[in-house]
Design a protein around this ligand. Sequence first.
Ligand code: PLP
Length: 434
Amino acid sequence: MTNQTILNRSLQSVWHPCTQMKQHETYPLIPIQRGDGVWLYDMEGKRYLDAVSSWWVNLFGHNNLRIKDAIKQQLDMLEHVMLAGFTHEAVVALSEKLAKLTGLGHAFYASDGASATEIALKMSFHFWRNSAKSSKTKFISLQNSYHGETLGALGVTDVAIFKDIYAPLLMQSAQMPSPDFRLAESGENAEAFALRCAVALETYVAAHHDELAALIIEPLVQCAAGMGMYHPVYLARAREICTKYEVHLIADEIAVGFGRTGTMFACEQANMKPDFICLSKGITGGYLPLSVVLTTDHIYQAFYDDSTAKGFLHSHSYTGNPLACSAALATLAILESDNILEKNKQKTAYLKNKLQAFTALPIQYPRHQGLIFAFDVKTNKPQFSKRCYQAAMQQGLLLRPIGNTVYWMPPYTITETEMDFMVDVTIETLKTTI
Ligand SMILES: *Cc1c(COP(=O)(O)O)cnc(C)c1O
């Protein structure tokens, strides 16, 4: 089979995500046959370096033997059992491990990030009901936030292109000023700006806490907003404010969890413990869909009652899927045993050094947080992101700029030679597309 036949069949039969399908008349699909390490191979053997970790999910490369083996072993034992009324080794072991890592517990599972957001929102709302504070029904999030695209999650998301058309269907939420330092006044440093945004947050929360259930926030990096990064002091202040006014803090670490920002979880950089944490994406190393929400004993206890209706009756068919849990256990084992966070520091330093080559180009806000690197390109030429994507792909690099933001979020297994390739091709690409 050739590239051409499979992509024609795909255009006939598959409705691709996040895509205006008509644009595939000009931007062809890329049929991928196999993956190995940081590389994806198309059906004609051409390879592409996966600099975006396949939409931020892959941690240890494609065709990772340890994760693959763990799934195979689980497959021989039990592929799935419903988690209502039943349990199994993999889900128990994973829940225990996640509790140790996060300091939260009572792991509630689903299969994707948006569902984790839904679960956290529903749990928060229901907690206040169960606690005789039923006026607390509203949610706040940050300007330019992204928490997923199901209707509840979209209600707290603030990305116009995904949200505006569905506005009549969505619950209302208020957006607080984002501490993304690109939005700071000139001369204002990231910390001062973050503190100024926290003052605005406190003003709003002080006036509305009677009706607020929770603040949902992407710790340290607003990825979908174009890798908007901010100073951790904002998180520390947000925690204090939420505690003071009895508003839950939901940390959406779906994209930034499991070491992306340099620490296991981004919240750690503010010494901050949320009331809920949402995890997904990297949790299985990019192998299988899995998400989880963990919370405090205090919140859990408000549901523990003789009344069925006070319980959290939410469910998904594949909740706690054993195969996905086994992939997650293998992922956590690699993170631990291979000292990954330590090794990533060297890679971060290596890339940071490389970023200097970009100052000769018309870019601004070069930034990084752990192994997430980004900068914004100053160009007025139309369709920059699409042209950049295509030019990079021609040279064997999968880059997927968000607007004018070019970023790298590679698998942690990337080598120095591969980083050199990623950087060099990015420079070449920018020279022809800016
Ligand atoms: C990707 C993402 C989600 C949604 O996850 P899906 O698995 O795509 O539904 C939610 N929040 C953040 C911060 C994300 O990056």
